[in-house]
Design a protein around this ligand. Structure first.
Ligand code: F6R
Length: 601
């Protein structure tokens, strides 16, 4: 049997990309639970294990914590124990204050400042009859919020229980070994087979095997699924960082995603229920998402509105869920998400469903909550995205949104099948253009060398170029810590231009020919105030002498429709952010303060 502490440490390392500030494990060692935990990264854990001795055993739980309630500290790190129960918890217990009051009255005291410790106490409280399953069932009935829990009861050595609601948790099923994890890479080297838990289902794992129970404690059978991810996809494979590897993967994953949707040269969504009738009858489209996925939604909005003449609103999920949106039966709500576990996007999905809207998920993780709970689901095939900053997931998201735009336009009688076919064929040319940007990465490296010491910069663009500016700016700030803002080029002079002074870089995305002249005027305006202009444009775009300081020309042979240029252009922006980060001595894969999956509000 494998050494549990090693498996736990390795699994936590595989999930390091999700972001954390402390770590810990608890293992049954000769029938007794031994816990080792510490503030800091896994290397601090490894040092502590070396100092204190690694717990020896075959059954245990581990967790990397991203602080929400209580600062990062040894005490607040997981696992938490109280009474006879030790747990790890991913998520947020919203009613923890009232539970704490209840438990205090019952005589419990607490050592940490976390909401998670409350769960350990509550489990202990309901463990009065020494029935772990009952204790878990009673406990989850009381919890509000989100949780994925790994649980050890000290009276049941070498047995792990787990349950979840709102937070991801999957059960890896090997020959005679089992794993619980938030994501597949944690156990991919041991098995590709896994089972999913529905909300409040419980799993028990021990020497006799794995058993699943529903919320009432009735045994349930689970289907085993097989991951289509392989271990190489979850490893760096010679690249210095996951982010660079993932940028390089873009041509391939875009084609893979297109292939999964395109049949006989045209996009076909009928198998998921996104029929031409539905597209014809829909009155409005909402794209709801967060961060980069939301910026992909903005590209999608421009494409769908341009092609299909149907109104599209892009909403930030954390706003949408609380703004009492005017959304109903005639509307299609598209939820875009890499992880499929983003708390605000999940809540927006539930809200849209409750209002009777049709919901469509564009999600990269097929076992995620958003993929499972929406009416229709398109699986983007980026494969595991490990770097915190999203790159390849964005590209496959916009590729899918283009295909939706083409089909929408056809379904609504705006374009004929031939045109839909032509556009689809065009989209298949985009990966070549992305490849070309990657081959010419030196130019992005040069731009990065000019940005490495700046304190602030701006991105500007119009239309699709504005959507890209937003994404380019986010990418840059999240992994370089340089302050950056993106503006619609025409909006700059309504206030922000007062910030432009000598040598402030303004990265101008200028690929869209229909607004090029207007964008050029905006470049002139900032140039006149001393800005350094970095222009990203189609090959052969001419600017007046002295306007542009650095020009990055995209070699797309004039073939690609302007509408599709975000695919190669974003690659250039990603590379600029990546190289700037590296030059500044930052690890682009794990920028400070960020978590890969934002499973809390
Ligand atoms: C930025 C980034 C985030 C995510 C956002 C939504 O590089 O990765 O802005 O895009 O947190 O996450 P998902 O797509 O998992 O819903």
């Amino acid at each position: 049997m494998r050494d549990c502490a090693d498996v736990l440490m390795d699994g936590l390392e595989q999930l390091e990309y999700r972001g954390y500030d402390s770590a810990g494990i608890a293992v049954f060692e000769k029938g007794v639970i031994r816990t080792v935990k510490t503030r800091g990264k896994l290397k601090c854990m490894a040092e502590k294990l070396a100092d204190e001795g690694k717990p020896e055993g075959f059954c245990g739980i581990g967790h990397t914590r991203w602080a929400t309630h209580g600062e990062p500290s040894d005490i607040n790190s997981h696992p938490h124990s109280n009474g006879r129960v030790t747990i790890v918890h991913n998520g947020i217990i919203e009613n923890y204050a009232e539970l704490k009051e209840f438990l205090t009255e019952k005589g419990y005291s607490f050592v940490s400042r976390t909401d998670s410790e409350i769960v350990a106490c509550l489990l202990d409280y309901y463990y009065a009859e020494r029935d772990p399953l009952r204790a878990i069932m009673e406990t989850v009935r009381e919890l509000r919020g989100s949780y994925a829990l790994g649980i050890l009861f000290k009276d049941f050595p070498d047995r792990v229980y787990a349950t979840r609601k709102g937070s991801p948790l999957i059960v890896g099923i090997g020959g005679s070994e089992y794993f619980i994890a938030s994501d597949i890479p944690a156990f991919l080297k041991y098995t590709k087979n896994y089972a999913l838990l529905d909300d409040d289902e419980i799993v028990a794992i021990d020497n006799s095997g794995v058993r699943f129970f529903d919320i009432h404690g009735i045994a349930v059978k689970k289907q085993t699924q097989t991951a289509d991810w392989n271990i190489e996809q979850a490893q760096k494979c010679g690249f210095p960082h996951y982010m660079l590897k993932e940028i390089y993967e873009q041509p391939e994953v875009v084609v893979k995603t297109l292939d999964s949707i395109v049949t006989d040269g045209v996009p076909d969504f009928s198998d998921i229920g996104l029929t031409d009738e539905l597209m014809r009858d829909v009155k409005r489209v909402f794209v709801v998402a967060c961060g980069t996925a939301m910026y992909a939604g903005i590209v999608g909005r421009y494409a769908v509105e341009k092609m299909a003449r149907v109104p599209v609103t892009v909403e930030i999920a954390s706003e949408f869920r609380y703004m009492d949106p005017i959304v109903g039966e005639d509307d299609l709500v598209i939820l875009v998400s890499q992880s499929g576990e983003t708390a605000d996007t999940i809540a927006s999905l539930e809200l849209a469903k409750s209002r009777g809207a049709k919901t469509l998920a564009v999600v990269n993780v097929k076992y995620s909550a958003i993929a499972r709970n929406s009416d229709m689901y398109i699986h983007t095939l980026a494969g595991p995205e490990i770097a915190v900053a999203s790159t390849k997931a964005y590209s496959v998201q916009i590729a899918v949104l283009y295909l939706i735009a083409f089909r929408f336009a056809y379904a609504r009688g705006i374009i004929l099948e031939n045109e839909m076919r032509r556009l689809t064929a065009q989209l298949y040319k985009a990966p070549e253009a992305i490849r070309d940007v990657i081959e010419n990465k030196d130019e992005c490296q040069f731009i990065a060398s000019q940005l490495v010491n700046v304190e602030t910069l701006f991105f500007i663009g119009r239309g699709f170029d504005y959507a890209l500016s937003l994404e380019g700016s986010l990418k840059l700030k999240e992994i370089t810590y340089i302050h950056s803002e993106a503006y619609a080029a025409g909006e700059l002079k309504h206030g922000t231009i007062s910030l432009i002074e000598r040598n402030i870089p303004v990265i101008t995305v200028a690929t869209q020919r229909n607004v090029l002249a207007k964008t050029v005027s905006n470049m002139e305006e900032v140039k006149a105030r001393g800005a350094t202009i970095i222009a990203i444009c189609r090959k052969g775009t001419e600017f007046a002498e002295g306007t542009v300081d650095i020009k990055l020309e995209l070699n797309i042979g004039g073939e690609l429709d302007d509408m599709l240029l975000p695919l190669p252009t974003v690659c250039a922006l990603q590379l600029i952010a990546y190289y700037t980060s590296v030059l500044r001595g930052i690890d682009p894969d794990k920028p400070r303060n960020l978590a890969k999956s934002v499973t809390t509000e």
